[in-house]
Design a protein around this ligand. Structure first.
Ligand code: NAG
Ligand code: NAG
Ligand code: NAG
Ligand code: NAG
Ligand code: NAG
Ligand code: NAG
Ligand code: NAG
Length: 711
């Protein structure tokens, strides 16, 4: 997940123990959207039914389980309460702007039940559309009895009622018109990029995404934000690093909490602080309890030479917001000052700024607030930057300078301030400070929605589904629901699960994966997806796509290359020689040259490409396969040459390599990059050691045999 976001914006993370609680932005310090929360927490029988249908779908071990069909029928039946697309469109015409839901809410929807039915229907429509898009809804399976004997007559007909659109595309449009936030995000994303049967229309995309983002402003906890667990990495990364998953994560987490409780009982202030955080967030077997958190922080703050500065800061925050204690701004100010004097805690400066700005602990004083926000921003505090940007934009305590305000706001966004992408989206949508840029605005709103609606949580759940519960089908369903929103990592994981697991055993699963990968390539220009697609093509698992002339992309194709090989090589070379060379593509192209898969057999070219891969790698983790490829190829060529001279064949390498030896020698000055050169030098050294080691071992064996008593 991080990789997907990281491409859009580099986010710097403070370590989890450092400062968990972040003071809310000035403007949003009131807990907005409380009414909304209440409404969501009191779910009705109808909404429960809907949630249960989804849970049932996710809980099945495979897609062939009878209850999967049952769950689909339940969802389809819930969706039957939705108006048809034609009805909705007619309604939309009379309403003008805004969603039909707003109009209907005024006249048609009466009573809580009717409303819940409406919500369940649109959510069911979204779920079916997202799953249908991936190809997970088996349309034929809708005919006949379900496991629970529920009457499914016509459940699916209603979904397929429209004329031109594919059923899942029209289901998405219906859900969006009915005001479903996820559906509107998904549709906004399609309008932005122009795919999946939706024509590109960036203005409409922008207004739709902005609407959703605006509803997102008033949602969820605005007073404090917590570090997300770093869980949702890419499955395909784990695929490579097979050693990653050895023990149960859950068991480890429980052990960790037990250790902390033990340490806190022995008076460890750090452990108290940790337990305080856990009590604030809840989870991992610790109940959420603000009062308990407050007490833990009091403990952590009063020990050993004045206690932990972070604990003081957290106490200040809790006094300021009346969490676990009475509101007391004077006490908050004192604790913030202590946090600063003991440990230069950046958000404490921001807290003092908020107090001064609002005149809470003393007279209102914008000059003082400016000083504190500046101090906070100097310590790279995202809230400090955000608030400073607001001060410059509004001209509070400083001469107004919106251009400078925008610059600072971008910094706040880079550092991960939750609201900054929204503000930036507004700036680029309005075009008052800078030139209007619809694409940029849409991108910022999309980022904001992704973070605000917490897609990461759904992706984490999917990870758990596959790793802890060993239920790849459930993970596939979860990822499919999120991928439709425009999440690159979720889409990648859908493709991965289809390719690599038995999550879905249908015959066309590789074609479905390839369709997903092509979409990822189209929407995000992703080199990773190209490499994966090339893999499917060279294994001949999917039909080749020659949509653009992939031949033009690489001049080393052999004349008799198959269309599979042409397509695979084309994708690899686009990724390998793009703006930013992609190491994995270079390495795969290198292997193709070694074995002559569609390209000229040429070992020196292989070694050149492997070395280029090492040079393009940003981390040693990425460089490892390149280095391995170089060592292995050299060794293989050497061994095969020796083997051939003894007439034992060429050890699986094409004979062409040996028509004209000498063994290729690398020229270091042709290899770009400092790291690559070092790595290659290292290989030479390692080779020498390996030879030395082998000779030693041989000598040892000979000596040992000489010492054995002769029989
Ligand atoms: C607020 O805190 C200050 C300083 O800690 C204390 O003197 C004061 O009595 C507190 N006020 C209330 C109403 O508790
Ligand atoms: C506001 O704060 C500044 C800086 O701390 C200070 O110099 C100034 O006197 C304060 N103004 C008022 C009205 O208190
Ligand atoms: C506003 O800030 C920008 C960027 O720092 C600066 O170049 C410009 O001169 C400032 N404008 C005013 C009116 O101070
Ligand atoms: C909008 O921003 C994008 C970069 O995000 C840029 O490529 C494009 O040229 C900009 N469009 C305009 C009209 O400035
Ligand atoms: C292409 O030709 C070479 C020899 O010229 C042969 O070894 C190879 O198998 C051929 N490849 C295909 C796909 O026919
Ligand atoms: C093999 O590759 C090298 C390096 O790219 C190139 O210089 C050489 O001409 C190639 N050999 C053949 C026979 O194509
Ligand atoms: C290595 O390559 C550089 C530039 O490509 C060339 O100038 C140099 O002579 C080469 N060195 C050897 C030993 O071939």
């Amino acid at each position: 997940m991080r990789r997907a976001i990281a491409r859009a914006r580099v986010r710097k993370k403070t370590p989890w123990h450092h400062v968990v609680v972040i003071v809310a932005a000035l403007v949003a310090s009131a807990r907005a959207g409380d009414d909304d929360e209440v409404q969501h927490s009191e779910s009705s029988a109808i909404l429960d039914d809907h949630a249960r249908a989804l849970e049932q779908l996710i809980a099945q071990p495979t897609h062939t389980a009878p209850l999967v069909k049952d769950a689909f029928v339940k969802l389809a039946n819930q969706a039957r309460h939705a108006p048809t697309l034609r009805e909705l469109r007619e309604k939309a015409l009379t309403v003008g702007s805004g969603t039909v839901e707003q109009a209907l809410a005024e006249d048609d929807i009466e009573g809580a039940d009717e409303r819940d039915r409406w919500i369940a229907a649109r959510e069911a429509l979204y779920a079916l559309s997202a799953l249908g898009k991936v190809g997970l809804v088996d349309e034929d399976a809708f005919v006949g009895e379900t496991a629970s004997g529920e009457d499914d007559y016509g459940a699916f007909e209603r979904l397929t009622e429209t004329g031109s659109e594919t059923w899942y595309q029209s289901a998405l449009q219906r859900a969006a018109l009915m005001g479903d936030d996820w559906a509107r995000t998904a549709l906004g994303f399609r309008l932005w990029k122009g795919f999946d049967g939706v024509e590109k229309d960036e203005e409409r995309a922008l207004s739709m995404l902005r609407d959703v983002a605006t509803t997102g402003l008033g949602r969820g906890p605005t007073t404090y934000e917590l570090e997300a667990p770093s869980g949702a990495e890419w499955l395909r990364d784990r695929d490579r690093d097979a050693g990653w998953y050895s023990e149960s994560i859950a068991a480890k987490a429980a052990d960790q909490v037990a250790m902390e409780i033990d340490a806190a009982a022995r008076g460890d202030d750090g452990a108290h602080a940790q337990l305080g955080y856990r009590a604030l967030v809840g989870g991992r077997g610790v109940e959420q309890n603000e009062r308990a958190a407050f007490e833990h922080f009091v403990e952590a703050a009063r020990r050993r030479g004045g206690g932990l500065p972070e604990a003081h800061y957290n106490l200040g925050f809790m006094y300021m917001n009346g969490m676990g204690t009475e509101k007391n701004y004077t006490a908050a100010r004192e604790e913030f000052l202590r946090a600063i004097s003991k440990g230069q805690i950046a958000p404490a400066y921001n807290g003092l700024g908020v107090l001064a700005f609002n005149g809470l602990a003393s007279e209102q004083n914008y000059t003082e607030a400016m000083l504190y926000f500046t101090a906070a921003s100097k310590l790279e505090d995202p809230d400090g930057y955000f608030n400073l940007a607001q001060m410059y934009t509004a001209g509070h305590g400083v001469e107004a300078n919106a251009t400078y305000g925008l610059e600072i706001m971008e910094k706040a966004s880079e550092l991960g301030h939750w609201r900054a992408p929204y503000e930036l989206g507004m700036v680029y949508a309005l075009g008052e400070v800078v030139e209007k840029n619809v694409t940029k605005a849409a991108r910022y709103f999309h980022i904001f929605i992704e973070e605000r609606f917490n897609w990461a949580e759904h992706r984490n759940e999917a990870i758990e589904e596959v790793l802890l519960h060993q239920n790849p089908w459930g993970a596939l369903v979860r990822y499919a629901l999120v991928s439709s929103l425009g999440s690159e990592s979720a889409a990648n994981n859908v493709a991965w699960l289809l390719r690599k697991t038995d999550a879905y055993t249908s015959e066309n699963k590789f074609e479905l994966a390839a369709r997903m990968l092509r979409e990822i390539i189209y929407c995000y220009a992703s080199p990773e997806a190209r490499v994966d697609l090339a893999g499917l093509l060279s294994e001949r698992k999917v039909r080749p796509d020659l949509t653009f002339d992939l031949k033009d992309h690489y001049d080393q194709l052999v004349p008799n290359a198959s269309t599979y090989e042409i397509a695979a090589t084309g994708h690899l070379s686009v990724a390998a020689f793009g703006e930013k060379p992609y190491a994995e593509a270079l390495v795969n192209l290198g292997w193709a040259h070694l074995f002559g898969r569609g390209v000229a057999i040429n070992a020196s070219r292989s070694l050149e490409l492997f070395a280029a891969g090492a040079a393009a790698s940003e981390t040693s983790y990425e460089a490892t396969p390149c280095v391995f490829a170089i060592v292995m190829t050299k060794f293989w060529l050497f061994a095969a040459a020796a083997s051939r001279s003894l007439s034992f064949g060429s050890l699986g390498l094409p004979a062409e390599h040996f028509s004209a030896l000498p063994t290729p020698k690398l020229n270091f000055s042709t290899v770009r990059g400092f790291m690559a050169v070092r790595i290659l030098r290292l290989i030479e050294v390692i080779e020498r050691y390996v030879l030395f080691g082998l000779s030693l071992a041989l000598a040892g064996v000979l000596a040992y045999r000489a010492m054995l008593p002769s029989r």
